[in-house]
Write a protein that binds this ligand. Structure first.
Ligand SMILES: NC(=O)c1ccc[n+]([C@@H]2O[C@H](COP(=O)([O-])OP(=O)(O)OC[C@H]3O[C@@H](n4cnc5c(N)ncnc54)[C@H](OP(=O)(O)O)[C@@H]3O)[C@@H](O)[C@H]2O)c1
Length: 247
């Protein structure tokens, strides 16, 4: 399958690297505004084809991924439309609709390491199969109705930044309590991995797993209740719902 990624920036670039890690480099063409951006990829993956000309880049593609900033989508679609042929046009631009786009998807940057979480909006079975095949090479894929795309974007597209803010807070606390920054970082990341393993392997609900960690009258329950007093759950929900009025 020939893939063209238009806009090899943070998101487009993460997809390119994820697909290259999955062995697709020779099937990928990338574009950017500047040669400097393109060289960052071709220096690592010389099998990639790189262009600053979008029209040239989409010739012969089976799937074209639009990964430019949302305000550039109309302009770029108008530019490439005559050269698209039968290619599936897939957009990852947040919150932008265009009649020519065949599939909308919302990945997150963990696709670069094969651990992405991508929401794909329902479309024709042919398009969904093609797109799901690609995203499943670099993580988990969930196909959802249009009305769930915004939730998917918040929980995973933006959510990865929310998780990183939690990591930062835990690191700062660890340092305040006496760990070195590198020790705190390692401890927080391994603890997160451990939490994910416990939930994935056991299939438990988080609150059920918490019960297994909290001794009545002990340290953990006091810490959890202090976090709730400071608005932990309320803050997470406020962050997730902050863009509701933008819809
Ligand atoms: N970042 C995320 O985590 C994330 C997650 C989900 C979805 N998205 C979506 O992904 C899209 C891109 O976001 P981003 O954060 O990756 O932005 P970004 O890092 O600024 O990347 C945009 C890329 O587009 C290139 N570009 C600009 N104008 C172009 C044109 N006319 N033709 C071809 N390429 C062009 C830029 O090239 P130069 O580098 O040469 O300037 C840059 O490499 C957005 O629509 C966003 O909503 C992002």
């Amino acid at each position: 399958m020939k893939i063209t990624v238009i806009g090899a920036g943070n998101m487009g670039g993460a997809l390119v690297k994820g697909w290259c890690r999955a062995g697709l480099a020779q099937d990928i063409a990338i574009t950017a505004r500047t040669l400097a951006t393109l060289e960052r990829y071709t220096s690592v993956y010389p099998q990639l084809t790189a262009h600053t000309d979008n029209v040239q880049a989409v010739q012969g593609a089976d799937v074209v991924v639009l990964a430019v900033k949302p305000w550039l989508v109309d302009e770029v679609v108008a530019e490439i439309q005559p050269a698209l042929g039968t290619a599936v046009l897939l957009s990852v631009a947040a919150g932008v609709r265009h009649e020519r786009i065949d599939v909308y998807a919302m990945p997150n940057i963990a696709v670069e390491y094969g651990e992405g979480m991508t929401f794909v909006e329902e479309a024709s079975p042919y398009n969904i199969n093609k797109v799901s095949e690609l995203f499943s090479l670099c993580g988990h894929v969930q196909v959802v109705p249009a009305k769930q795309m915004s939730a998917g974007m918040q929980v995973s597209g933006c959510g990865i930044a929310y998780v990183m803010r939690y990591v930062r807070a835990m690191m700062e606390g660890g340092v305040e309590l006496g760990l070195r920054p590198d020790e705190a970082r390692q401890a927080v990341l391994q603890t997160m991995k451990g939490a994910v393993a416990v939930l994935e392997e056991s299939g438990r609900h988080p609150e059920d797993a918490i019960d297994a960690v909290t001794t009545p009258g002990g340290y953990t329950i006091r810490g959890l209740n202090a976090m709730e007093d400071a608005g932990f759950t309320r803050s997470v929900l406020a962050g997730l719902k902050a863009n509701e009025q933008k819809k």
